[in-house]
Design a protein around this ligand. Structure first.
Ligand code: ADP
Ligand code: MG
Ligand code: ZN
Length: 569
């Protein structure tokens, strides 16, 4: 039994009023109490704060918590104080008296936890103050801010390693919700003098329902979504400051309690809006991504994206702000290829290094493939975060699949069920054939052979052709409503080019022993048919392809397009 663990458990209920640890909290706290350096990677809302607050409370000495956001510090300090724990914060939001009082409490060794903004370390004397205050533990919250590959890089974080050394090689705990391996490696390398114990939790948030839709008329789509959620608290992320205000106004006009939040508001308005959201229920916060990091509001019931998020990790973090209390919460992500193309252009035109641009584009590509894909959203998301899982049953694509199968089971004709879901059927059948299908799906699909044989085998009818096309992974024409090029039938010329591109894809798939879709998704082939790229830069402009594929296979597909243009078969 780790010393301090009993006290920690007692403090869990005495101070925080919780009856049990969440998964993994106990392991992390044990390691911290055993004196180890720890990097804890846990999803947003999993309860990272407790992992350092409890050790801070039950151990002697002062715990210094570096945190990037003033709002977050204020929130946490207020909660700790309300629970009778001596805590304070040092940041530019303090008035002089407050700073003085906190410094005095540290000198007198009366403080258990002090939150500090990283830029404060640039001021002289802070390290000495912490030493005199008996600092025994250094905590870096939102530790991914040290990573240049992370999406929230803060240059001030780079100085933290030296500060840990200046503090006498203090035991160091870093926590973050950013899971990807390069970021993790960078945190370990840049923050720790010796390698820490790395504890990574599952990133699944099963209570979050995931849904995505192609953006057609964002306001109308969001308003419809909100109609059934009046009185609930939620966040609507918008791509620009202007849009947050437009959304807040338009939703207010519809009787919602909607307010805007962005970095262009003056500090008082920002603080007031944040407080209103945190302390009231039923406020719809229309915000840029300036809002949310570290916000601890347990009962956020929905998060919408009115515009395509900035990348897969950003999306995950942002939707992760819903349902922190573990109760069901909804997400709706609107996306469009135009948004993605705009973001790509911004990345490419930006001043970042080549490597950084590549990683940002990869983040966008990973997101796009989830948006445009027909597979389980959660499974794709977790796969992108490095975690294997089964289809979830709590996302729009899983729902569509099971209602489709349910519909078939209930005797609807296969073609009726197929209408509107061709790509999905192809994916589901693909999953069954490759053995990746969930148990439910397989059970429901037991009916299929009979239907497929009665319906597919026999004289060529339109229905049979459609089923066969679905099975072979061709978009079913009536089905792909969101797919402009296949809305109309392809011309003979387009069909020939598509066939030639598919042949090249198959050839590459065989050579590399990879599935054809991994070489080049259907969507990308269709875009090539529509746009006829003539060179690598035009190929790069097609968002569905992605830089990596352009680099690996671009010339080989360009070759097909060029030869087709020259009238070759
Ligand atoms: P993170 O920093 O990982 O995003 P927080 O530390 O802000 O998450 O905690 C998220 C929410 O979960 C908070 O409201 C917190 O009070 C709550 N919480 C944390 N641990 C527990 C627990 N063991 N039991 C119940 N609620 C908890
Ligand atoms: Mg946190
Ligand atoms: Zn799913």
């Amino acid at each position: 039994m780790t010393p301090g663990m009993d006290e920690a458990r007692a403090a869990l209920s005495r101070v925080f009023g919780f009856s049990a640890f969440r998964p993994d909290q106990e392991t992390i706290i044990q390691s911290v109490l055993a004196g180890e350096d720890v990097l804890a990677v846990m999803p947003t809302g999993a309860g990272k704060s407790l992992c350092y607050q409890l050790p801070a409370i039950v151990s002697p000495g002062l715990t210094v918590v570096v945190s990037p956001l003033i709002a977050l510090m204020r929130d946490q300090v207020a909660k700790l104080r309300a629970a009778g724990i001596a805590a304070g914060a040092l940041n530019s939001g303090n008035d002089g008296g407050e700073t003085l009082a906190v410094e005095r409490a540290i000198e007198d060794r009366r403080l258990k936890l002090v939150y500090v903004a990283p830029e404060r370390f640039a001021l002289p004397g802070l390290v000495d103050l912490f030493k005199r205050g008996g600092a025994s533990l250094l905590v870096i919250d939102e530790a991914h801010c040290i990573s240049q590959w992370g999406h929230d890089f803060r240059p001030e974080y780079l100085a933290l390693r030296e500060i840990a050394d200046d503090l006498g090689g203090l035991q160091t705990i870093a926590v973050t919700a950013t899971a990807n391996e390069p970021t993790r490696a960078e945190i370990v390398e840049r923050l720790f003098a010796r390698s820490p114990r790395v504890l990574v939790s599952s990133f699944d948030r099963p209570n979050l329902r995931l849904a995505m839709a192609r953006k057609v008329d964002a306001f109308r789509q969001i308003a419809a979504f909100l109609e059934r959620r009046r009185g609930e608290s939620g966040i609507i992320y918008c791509a620009s400051r202007h849009r947050t205000e437009k959304f807040a106004d338009a939703l207010s006009a519809r009787g919602h309690r909607a307010i805007a939040y962005h970095a262009g508001l003056d500090p008082e308005a920002r603080a007031a809006h944040q407080d209103e959201f945190l302390h009231a229920t039923g406020v719809v916060m229309c915000a840029t991504i300036a809002f949310g990091m570290g916000i601890d509001k347990p009962d956020v019931r929905f998060v919408c994206h009115a515009d395509t998020p900035g990348g897969i990790e950003a999306w995950y973090q942002e939707i992760g702000r819903a349902g922190r209390d573990g109760l069901p919460a909804d997400t709706l992500t609107l996306w469009s290829e135009e948004d993605i193309a705009r973001r790509r252009r911004r990345v490419l035109d930006g001043a970042a290094s080549r490597a950084r641009k590549t990683s940002e584009l990869a983040r966008l590509d990973a997101l796009l493939s989830i948006c445009a894909g027909a597979g389980c959203r959660r499974r794709s998301l977790l796969a992108a975060l490095g975690e294997a899982s089964q289809p979830c049953g709590n996302c729009d694509n899983c729902d569509a699949a099971s209602s489709l199968l349910g519909g078939i089971g209930a005797g609807r004709s296969l073609s009726a069920a197929l209408r509107g879901t061709g790509k999905l059927v192809a994916t589901r059948i693909g999953e069954i054939l490759t053995g990746e299908a969930s148990e439910t799906l397989r059970r429901r699909a037991r009916e299929w052979p009979r239907m497929l044989t009665t319906r597919v085998v026999g004289p060529d009818t339109e229905e049979r052709r459609r089923v066969r096309r679905a099975v072979e992974g061709e978009p079913v024409s009536a089905a792909v409503m969101d797919d402009p090029i296949s809305l109309r039938a392809l011309t003979i010329d387009e069909r020939r080019l598509l066939a030639a591109l598919k042949a090249r894809r198959l050839e590459l798939a065989r050579k590399t022993r990879r599935p054809p879709h991994a070489i080049m998704p259907d969507r990308a082939l269709l875009d090539m048919v529509a746009r006829r790229p003539g060179d690598v830069s035009q190929l790069t402009d097609i968002p569905t392809i992605g830089v990596d594929r352009v680099a690996s296979y671009g010339e080989l597909f360009l070759d097909v397009v060029r030869r087709h243009g020259n009238g070759a078969p």
